[in-house]
Ligand binder design. Structure first.
Ligand SMILES: [Zn+2]
Length: 167
């Protein structure tokens, strides 16, 4: 995991949030929950633009957790604190990153598991130094960081395909 320095919220997203206050308040992230077809199409376009923007500007085309190469078509927006636990942060720019779509690790493996004290976030300034990579491709906690150990487990950062790629 690499530290990600989050930039300012892009104006197109801030504007969309202001115009869709009710949707934001009700945490209607899924396009199926949008009130009309036009809203649905608009939200899909905004979400894609947001994803592309974060991938390019903040993440250098890498998954926020496993650092696999990603593009807009092979990634999902990740809520650091899951929607089920942090409804007020549903559309908060500071809670959003972009993850790969592999089901065996990262965002999809994490699901709704979340405990702020036990999970290392890429937004932490010391995120990079909490992990170390071994010559066999596996990753472990650097020192005795319990949070790093738990993060590796929850994100399954030692999934077989990931270790093989790092080797
Ligand atoms: Zn990943």
């Amino acid at each position: 995991m690499r530290h990600i320095a989050k930039g300012a919220e892009p104006e197109f997203f801030a504007q969309w949030r202001r115009r869709n206050a009710k949707i934001v308040r009700e945490c209607r992230w899924s396009e199926d929950s949008m009130p009309s077809e036009a809203d649905r199409e608009r939200w899909k376009a905004i979400r894609r633009q947001l994803k592309t923007d974060m991938i390019e500007r903040e993440q250098g085309y890498l998954c926020c957790y496993c650092e696999s190469r990603i593009a807009a078509d092979t990634s999902d927006i990740e809520h650091i604190c899951p929607r089920s636990k942090c409804r007020p942060l549903c559309f908060a720019y500071s809670n959003l990153l972009v993850s790969c779509t592999k089901t065996s690790h990262c965002n999809h493996h994490k699901g709704s598991q979340y405990d702020e004290r036990k999970l290392v976030s890429p937004l932490q300034s010391d995120a990079t130094s909490q992990f170390r990579y071994l010559s066999d491709g596996s990753v472990e906690a650097n020192g005795d960081s319990e949070a790093a150990t738990e993060t590796i487990r929850i994100l399954n950062l030692n999934a077989r395909n990931l270790s093989a790629k790092r080797e």
